[in-house]
Design a protein around this ligand. Structure first.
Ligand SMILES: Nc1nc2c(c(=O)[nH]1)N[C@H]1C(S)=C(S)[C@@H](COP(=O)(O)OP(=O)(O)OC[C@H]3O[C@@H](n4cnc5c(N)ncnc54)[C@H](O)[C@@H]3O)O[C@H]1N2
Ligand code: MOO
Length: 394
């Protein structure tokens, strides 16, 4: 059986995952919007600042009255930031005013308190100010109706700040793909369980779920099946009721207990080899109308399969920008397997990109130490020190 290329399999996966991109935008509270992508342009419903206000704690005056200094002006009152009626300025007088408080109509400058001395209902001003100084004009930041943030903006705290400042409570964002994770293997147990001979901790469940979340997905369930096809089929049926995409790990290769392959092959699943390492054995299926990606069980294979096949589609569905590969020099020469695209674990150093491990797909600690995958094309078997190479940021 000839292996598919990575590009061919990625294209096949993209076709299966097309429904992820058709889900409608959803309206959510602003407080839950961190990291979400705006589904539509947001225009400001108001001017910002909302009203003309003081930039300093000090005195609201008219610049003309303090043109010659020192000037001594009667203080007509105190204006705090907060609910207030309108006040009107009389030339030659001052109001004590706080930062953010509305400026009296007719006042055109604020004198910071540091440049003043108050006594007996009067203020002595030691320094002139020109009209407009320390005055925050209404609409000087944004005008009502102006584009605040374009569709596609991925909301960071600063974006949420301005949406809150204009008083928006709910916003329209791209939906998060709902993902279910099923791990398989009779050897798997939860952390915190006493290990018996032959057992290992299930790391792929939490790893795939974390990968999905890190790329904008909502994880609806993480479950685990032993090697019994009926058990796996039941979990799958449950998963497809809530998920837009199911990710599985393990059970896809050439062993006697390949629960995923055994269950899904008769249901029209496709299982075969992709010319890559790690991540060679791959499966795909559509179950009850829901796409299912079947990644190999080795911990590094599972994570790299996610990076290569699932991450681009999940990010796109969530409205997140793609992770762009980088070109960096190689610290030391590298050899690679002929005929397979290799994704080697590496990290950026001052000397260039450096491998952190050999190619073994069980080396889960080395995967953690990597910050990039060195992407070696299938037809390349050696790379020289200093050569520019393609890396995929993790
Ligand atoms: N005769 C052949 N054997 C294998 C081939 C092959 O082509 N011919 N391919 C190898 C490659 S490459 C990979 S990758 C694995 C894929 O195997 P499966 O997807 O069937 O995965 P399992 O056999 O279930 O597990 C492989 C390995 O990973 C460990 N594992 C599985 N699930 C988890 C988990 N949730 N958390 C932590 N570790 C997990 C499992 O214990 C095994 O060690 O097949 C090769 N064999
Ligand atoms: O291709 Mo498998 O995923 O190396 O270990």
């Amino acid at each position: 059986m000839t292996a598919r290329s990575v590009e061919q399999h990625a294209q096949h996966v993209a076709g299966l995952l097309a429904p992820l991109h058709e889900r409608p935008a959803e309206e959510i509270p602003l407080g839950e919007a961190l990291g979400r992508a705006l589904a539509a342009d947001v225009h400001s419903p108001v001017d910002l600042p909302l009203f003309r206000n003081s930039q300093m704690d000090g005195y609201a005056v008219d610049a003309a009255s303090i043109a010659s200094i020192p000037a001594v002006l009667p203080v007509r009152g105190v204006i705090a930031a907060g609910p207030a009626g309108t006040t009107t300025h009389t030339p030659g007088t001052a109001y004590r005013i706080m930062t953010g408080a509305p400026i009296p109509d007719g006042a055109d400058a604020i004198v910071p308190v540091e440049d003043t001395e108050a006594a007996d209902g009067q203020v002595r001003i030691e320094r002139s100010r020109t009209a407009g100084e320390f005055v925050r004009e209404r609409g000087s930041d944004v005008r009502k109706g102006m584009l605040l943030l374009p569709a596609g903006s991925v909301l960071a705290a600063r974006h949420i700040a301005v949406l809150a400042a204009v008083g928006l409570q709910r916003i329209l964002v791209r939906p998060r793909p709902r993902i279910a994770v099923i791990t398989t293997g009779a050897e798997l147990v939860d952390a915190g369980t006493t290990l018996h001979a032959g057992e290992i901790y299930d790391s792929n469940g939490i790893a795939l779920a974390s990968s999905a979340r890190a790329n904008g997905a909502e994880v609806v369930s993480i479950t685990r099946s032993g090697d019994d096809p009926a058990e796996f089929r039941t979990l799958l049926a449950e998963a497809t009721t809530t998920a837009d995409l199911v990710l599985t790990s393990g059970g896809v290769s050439m062993g006697d207990f390949e629960v995923v392959k055994e269950t899904l092959s008769p249901l029209g699943g496709h299982f075969g080899h992709v010319a890559m390492q790690p991540g060679g054995p791959q499966g795909t299926a559509v179950v009850d109308g829901t796409p299912v990606l079947n990644f190999p069980g080795n911990p590094v294979s599972t994570l790299i399969s996610f990076e290569v096949f699932a991450r681009p589609e999940i990010r796109r569905a969530a409205g997140l920008p793609p992770t762009e590969p980088e070109e960096l020099p190689l610290a030391a020469a590298v050899t690679s397997i002929p005929g397979k695209r290799q994704f080697l674990r590496a990290r950026r150093t001052d000397a260039g990109v450096e491998l952190v491990s050999g190619p073994g797909s069980h080396l889960v600690a080395a995967m953690a130490w990597a910050d990039v995958l060195l992407d070696v094309p299938a037809d390349v078997t050696s790379l020289d020190a200093g050569q520019l190479v393609k890396v995929i940021p993790l």
